[in-house]
Design a protein around this ligand. Sequence first.
Ligand code: HEC
Length: 211
Amino acid sequence: MDKDSKQADDGVKRADYATQKGEVILRKHEYDGIQEYDQKLPNWWLVALWASIAAFLIYYTVYYTFNMVPSFADSMDAKVEAVQETRKKALAETLANLDDSTLVNEWSTDAKIVAAGSEIYASQCVACHGADYKANGGITGRALDDGIWEHGSKPMDVFKIINDGTPEGSPGLNNMKMEAWGKTKLSAKQVAEVTAFLISINPKDFAEYKK
Ligand code: HEC
């Protein structure tokens, strides 16, 4: 658009567009012989324009400004949380009712649980109890494959010594005590897993609990 045609436009008020059907109003500028109609946009188009702007404002206010409708992500989060809550409750219940039979018949026979227990053993216990479970000849801990369970030979006794550590007042082994893993580095679930692992490598010791 050159300067002259701009000039020519200046006298035109925006309300000068065609208002009658069939009426043609040309804007005053011209470029290379090309001129422009000055028509009012059809009502259906204007309605669509203003309605979509209004819809956007309402949508934005409802969803983003006031968070009145939970978003899809929010409702998914809530669902996932509910599932996790249910599972957590189920686990807490299982652990609360954990007993000799459950440890032997359910936990120690579940390959996934035993594998998890084995991993915990390899990362947390192996330094003292050894990869061969002999605790470096009984110097750094108690052997875990000798059929002797100094702190009780029931599955829950094994769980307890790992979870609670050497009982208060007990001398331990050459003054070395077992850490209360359940209070420090492991969850109750992990203690049960590593217990299940120990049961699985000593099937004879716990055969009497087998159903
Ligand atoms: C820092 C060394 C150390 C680490 C690490 C360690 N223990 Fe021990 N553990 C000991 C000692 C020492 C004893 C003997 C404690 C006692 O008699 O009071 C023991 C005893 C035990 C007993 C009892 C054995 C019995 O004869 O009754 C079990 C079961 C056991 N540990 C399992 C574990 C598991 C599972 C882990 C890993 C989560 C672990 N320990 C990590 C040193 C260790």
